[in-house]
Design a protein around this ligand. Structure first.
Ligand SMILES: N[C@@H](CCC(=O)N[C@@H](CS)C(=O)NCC(=O)O)C(=O)O
Length: 203
């Protein structure tokens, strides 16, 4: 049985969402989003930085949300959520899948640090402003890609599990503006998916 190490309001939600979309059975180890749980020796043995998500599958333990999505697709099932390598949709799938952690999440991380994690006296307005501008720039191509498309490559795919979750988080942080109507609609479509709702409500 797959075992997901999870903490609320984190990228671990992507993996709950994925497993629910696929209807795969799994168990969940729900930790607090707190150093007491995440930085424990027990969890650091699973992830050297004490982060989530981590997925265990028998003897195998794997971290990095994108790697976990790919692992599940290849070793378990993809439920039609990954185009084959010879499909015309494949390059776009890869691009948006990796654009998530590569381009969108770095400024999201800074915004979360500067607005939630740091105590007010240690927050840096300049770093926050820079990250907000960077995130707006990173979201512009996503807004363009969604013109006339319900999902990133047309049909719902693993790229949405990654980047759609990042867009949802960006919207929560107030960084999806009225100038991004396609993204607003996209976030609403994602939020209406039962598997996504389940994952977010677990948080
Ligand atoms: N690139 C990694 C990022 C993992 C990560 O930073 N997870 C955050 C939650 S979204 C975490 O565990 N933070 C706890 C901490 O930094 O102490 C992935 O996609 O899995």
């Amino acid at each position: 049985m797959l075992k997901l190490h999870f903490a609320p309001n984190s990228r671990a939600g992507r993996i709950v969402w994925l497993l629910e979309e696929l209807g795969l059975p799994y168990e969940i180890n729900k930790m607090a989003f707190h150093p007491q749980d995440l930085k424990s020796d027990e969890h650091r043995a699973r992830h050297p930085l004490g982060r989530v998500p981590v997925l265990e599958d028998g003897d195998i333990s794997i971290f990095e949300s994108g790697a976990i999505v790919e692992y599940v697709f290849e070793r378990h099932q993809n439920g039609g959520l990954k185009p084959s390598a010879d499909s015309p949709l494949f390059p776009g799938y890869l691009q948006w899948f990796h654009y998530c952690e590569g381009m969108v999440m770095p400024p999201v991380n800074t915004i979360v640090v500067q607005t939630v994690l740091l105590p007010p006296e240690r927050r840096d307005e300049k770093a926050l402003g820079q990250a907000q501008r960077l995130l707006t720039k990173a979201l512009e191509p996503v807004e363009a890609a969604l013109a006339g498309n319900d999902y990133l490559i047309g049909d719902f795919s693993g790229a949405d599990i990654m980047l759609g979750h990042a867009c949802f988080m960006s919207n929560r942080l107030g960084c999806v503006t009225d100038e991004m109507p396609n993204l607003k609609g996209y976030v609403e479509r994602i939020a209406a998916r039962p598997a996504f709702k389940y994952a977010i409500e677990l948080s």
